[in-house]
Design a protein around this ligand. Structure first.
Ligand SMILES: Cc1cc2nc3c(=O)[nH]c(=O)nc-3n(C[C@H](O)[C@H](O)[C@H](O)COP(=O)(O)OP(=O)(O)OC[C@H]3O[C@@H](n4cnc5c(N)ncnc54)[C@H](O)[C@@H]3O)c2cc1C
Length: 216
């Protein structure tokens, strides 16, 4: 698949209606939705696609529906369908089927690739390998150069600097959590994402040919 890499923004690109810090699923979804309404967006992302992440990789029916609205249709051939969630302890288990369709387990890198392609297709300016910093007065620096914006979206993940800068962190309750994910070359064995409660909360998502196991 081809890649889009814009490392240095031109002077024109250094002015934008909406600057979005973070090019993960949230930042790209916001950019596509706004750009489709004619609002010019620039996504500034420190990494380069396809971006991977510790994540169980299960997309629920609502996520698939929202992606479709953005113009991204994920088909069952791109991953592995699942019908609901199974919660299990060593003694008990309960299954809950989705009332509104099917989920799909899909590699995170594939989802990211599809979203970044769509963002480029609708005309979002994508600044990969670009680090954003905010200084006093809301000045936004991209790799040291100032970017002017009318609106700023912080889509910079759980340790968001934008949230801190905006003072939205004050009421936040901190608890430290660790998450990790492995892929196992085991054919998917069932029709559910399985959540196993024990000393860790672990869950498995069926993907195409492999199974993702994520734990907290
Ligand atoms: C173990 C585990 C399992 C999970 N399982 C699932 C699952 O099955 N299904 C599901 O839907 N979700 C799952 N999630 C949650 C999912 O990964 C997150 O909800 C999702 O990644 C959040 O997307 P985001 O775009 O908000 O943030 P992120 O994906 O974290 O993206 C933020 C981006 O901002 C960039 N960034 C940060 N600061 C800067 C900066 N200053 N300048 C430039 N770029 C910056 C980062 O490089 C990063 O790419 C799981 C998470 C974990 C930890």
């Amino acid at each position: 698949m081809s890649r889009t890499t814009v490392c240095a923004l031109s002077p024109k690109q250094n002015n934008t209606d909406v600057a979005i810090i973070g090019g993960g699923p949230a930042g790209l979804a916001a950019a596509i939705a706004l750009q489709k309404k004619g609002i010019e967006c620039t996504v500034v992302e420190a990494l380069e696609p396809p971006i991977d992440k510790g994540c169980g990789e299960g997309l629920m029916p609502d996520a698939l529906h929202s992606l479709k609205e953005l113009g991204i249709e994920i088909t069952e051939e791109e991953g592995y369908p699942f019908q609901g969630i199974r919660f299990a302890t060593s003694a008990d288990r309960v299954d809950a089927e989705f009332p509104n369709g099917t989920g799909i387990g899909v590699r995170r890198t594939h989802l990211h690739q599809r979203m970044s392609h769509r963002a480029r297709e609708v005309g979002v300016t994508l600044a990969w390998r670009s680090h954003a910093t905010l200084s006093s007065g809301g000045r936004l620096l991209i790799n040291g150069a100032e970017m002017r914006y009318r609106w700023l979206i912080g889509a910079d993940g759980t340790a968001s600097q934008v949230r801190k800068w905006a003072g939205l962190d004050e009421e936040r309750f901190y608890s430290q959590r660790f998450g990790f994910r492995r892929h196992y070359q085991i054919a998917p064995w069932g029709k559910y994402v399985e959540v196993h409660w024990g000393r860790l909360v672990s869950y498995t998502s069926p993907l195409s040919r492999v199974t993702a196991c994520a734990s907290y």
